[in-house]
Design a protein around this ligand. Structure first.
Ligand SMILES: [Zn+2]
Ligand SMILES: [Zn+2]
Length: 639
């Protein structure tokens, strides 16, 4: 007999070889149904894995996050078995659970297409019907290699496992797979799944390796949960910024112009200009000074800053002319350091907040490029704040608050705040423990004092100092770093920055690098997806569309309205093309223009405006002056 201890401290004796499933069943049949796997002495156990020694147990039930992973990972095995039955030669790479499902990488002669997925799903359902148990075995390395003889992928994985530890394999009917474990025990427990897509993926993510075929899928505990998730995926498709960017004429990506080099179309540029003005004014009111510096810089500049040593693989190659070497800048920090040095600074001049809308270039592998999300030329709302040590906290906090303001004005939400610290890895971080300790303590204190909930992550700091990253979850469920506040004691040293203190001596300032709302490119992709292209009025490229019912008799009043709106600084357009009204309305609708104004006899006679808000059915008729006031209000409120 063995003793099983439960989380509440209770202990019960069982026969050795008892499984989590049996223990759950012993407590209640409801619990047995809901149990997916268990932690046994902290290790993840399959639902049906025998427990041979006394241990503590924590059952994993369907409502826990780990349960979703176990289910999805088990579904990956189920899919692999189905794929093997259909494509006899199929070998498998890795098949982990991911945030919203699973994938498995497959090597087979045949090309698996999207339209082949239903047949694989049908085979999976058959295997579910067969209720096949998934048995665990532990082998020595020799035995494992023998079992997977001829399977180059699993052989490679086995050779990387510790030599002296047992290697676990799982037998599921005629199918055997190498795996650490954490399964639902029987294919009969997998019920609500869907295969979603197939894509190419290099073995182990390296482009010099074989290209495998990766099938993505998702698996849930109820039909309802699966259907909800599929509805979310449908909605996301409609939000895809690449699709919307094309439909709404925001940007163009073109091979001839260059991969990852976005061209902003008139509608896109208008939004960008509004954002630029917004950021400029926000920063100006917060005491920032704006500068402008070139996209080219000398190699020397980036050698001094350390970017050339630490960041070179992300930079485009060197250019040389007349014995001088240049780089396309990947960031603006060095230029701003030089501006700081352009005059003698005193303690009274600090803080000095330099801001710039910075065009920069970073080399991204062509495979990593994705719409506006990952590009090679980008524009950052950048700033460098030069402070005395006693000003760090106040200035970092002010920068943080400015970020909050911008994120909220854009209608976005913070997912979480991350405090990125160094770890012990040598060479990765600037080597000065005292400076690091000080800087890390300051940012920590700031977050604690201000009651800012955050996660600490070791090893994620910049090479020059710790940082606060503001993470936003996009409508596509991607978590991205939107904004950042970084402390830097290193660049001031490298560039030998000084100020004259109250004591008449030279002192070193500290630099705070601050990214406000990511790059215009990244931000545009997020906003398109967030608003499904229906931008709030203050951002919309065209805010008002004036449509005369009759392009002759209503034209004069429509013209006058359009003129008036332009004078009020509204982005207004008149559509008096010789097309049917219905056609012109539908087009304004497709372009998601916030306010459509239709002008007929009544409006001309009464000097009124009849408008319809995008997304609403109701039409409202108001005096012209009321409409003008309404527009100003809506734009001011950023709604
Ligand atoms: Zn597994
Ligand atoms: Zn910087």
């Amino acid at each position: 007999m063995i003793d099983i201890r439960f989380p509440d401290g209770r202990t019960k004796a069982y026969e050795a070889g008892v499984t989590p499933e049996m223990i759950a069943g012993d407590i209640s049949s409801g619990l047995k149904k809901k149990t997916v796997a268990a932690f046994v002495d902290g290790a993840l156990y399959d639902r049906n894995r025998p427990i041979e020694q006394s241990a503590t147990i924590e059952l994993i039930t369907q409502d826990q996050e780990e349960a979703f992973e176990v289910l999805n990972h088990s579904t990956a095995h189920l899919m692999a078995q189905a794929v093997r039955r259909i494509y006899g030669d199929a070998l498998f790479g890795v098949g982990p659970p991911i945030e919203e499902g699973f994938y498995y990488d497959i090597a087979t002669e045949a090309t698996i297409r999207q339209e082949d997925l239903p047949a694989i799903e049908a085979m999976m359902r058959q295997i579910v019907q067969e209720k096949i148990e998934m048995y665990r075995e532990e082998l020595t390395r020799e035995e494992a290699l023998k079992r997977f003889e001829g399977d180059a992928y699993k052989t490679e994985l086995i050779l990387e496992l510790p030599e002296d530890e047992p290697i676990s394999i799982y037998t599921q009917g005629e199918f055997v797979d190498l795996c650490r474990g954490g399964h639902i025990g029987n294919t009969g427990h997998i019920k609500h799944f869907k295969l979603l897509s197939v894509a190419g993926a290099y073995w182990r993510g390296k482009s010099e390796n074989t290209m495998l075929q990766r099938i993505y899928g998702t698996s849930w505990f109820s039909r309802e949960a699966l259907e909800n998730h599929l509805a979310v995926l449908e909605d996301r498709k409609a939000r895809d910024h690449r699709k919307l960017g094309k439909e709404l004429k925001i940007f163009e990506l073109n091979q001839e112009a260059g991969q990852g080099l976005a061209l902003w179309l008139p509608n896109g540029y208008t939004i960008r200009k509004v954002l630029e003005d917004y950021v400029y004014n926000l920063e100006r009111r917060a005491g920032y000074k704006h500068v402008s510096t070139p996209v080219l810089g000398t190699k020397k500049l980036y050698e001094i800053s350390g970017h050339f040593a630490h960041y070179q693989e992300n930079m485009f190659p060197l250019m040389s002319r007349d014995g001088e070497e240049f780089v396309l800048r990947p960031m603006s920090c060095p230029h701003h350091m030089i501006i700081y040095k352009s005059e003698l600074r005193s303690y009274r001049d600090l803080p000095l907040r330099l801001a710039e809308i910075v065009i920069m270039h970073r080399y991204e592998a062509s495979g990593a490029l994705s719409g506006l999300e990952r590009v090679r030329a980008m524009t950052l709302t950048d700033s460098h704040i030069f402070v005395r040590k006693d000003q760090i906290k106040e200035e970092a906090l002010a920068a943080y608050k400015l970020i909050l303001q911008a994120i909220s004005d854009l209608g976005l939400k913070i997912d979480y705040v991350e405090l990125a610290l160094r770890d012990n890895e040598k060479g990765k971080f600037h080597d000065n423990d005292q400076l690091w300790d000080e800087a890390e303590a300051m940012l920590k204190a700031l977050l604690v004092e201000e009651n800012i909930e955050h996660r600490e992550v070791k090893g994620e700091a910049a090479f020059y100092g710790p940082k606060i990253d503001i993470q936003v979850r996009t409508a596509m469920n991607h978590v991205i770093t939107m904004s950042t506040v970084q402390l830097d004691f290193l660049l001031p040293e490298r560039f030998d920055l000084t100020y004259i203190g109250q004591d008449g001596e030279k002192h070193r300032p500290v630099v705070i690098h601050r990214g406000l709302i990511s790059t215009w490119e990244r931000l545009m992709s997020i906003l398109l997806e967030q608003y499904k292209g229906a931008f709030p009025t203050w951002l919309a490229p065209v805010q008002v569309k004036v449509l005369p019912v009759n392009i002759d008799s209503h034209r004069a009043y429509a013209d006058a309205l359009n003129e008036r709106f332009l004078d009020e600084d509204f982005r207004s357009e008149l559509d008096a093309r010789p097309e049917k009204l219905g056609y012109r309305i539908r087009e304004a609708q497709t372009l998601k223009i916030p306010y459509q104004i239709v002008i007929g006899d009544q409006e001309v006679a009464d000097q009124t405006v009849t408008y319809r808000r995008y997304g609403e059915k109701a039409q409202t008729t108001v005096p012209l002056e009321d409409f003008v006031a309404l527009m100003h209000q809506v734009i001011r409120d950023k709604s």
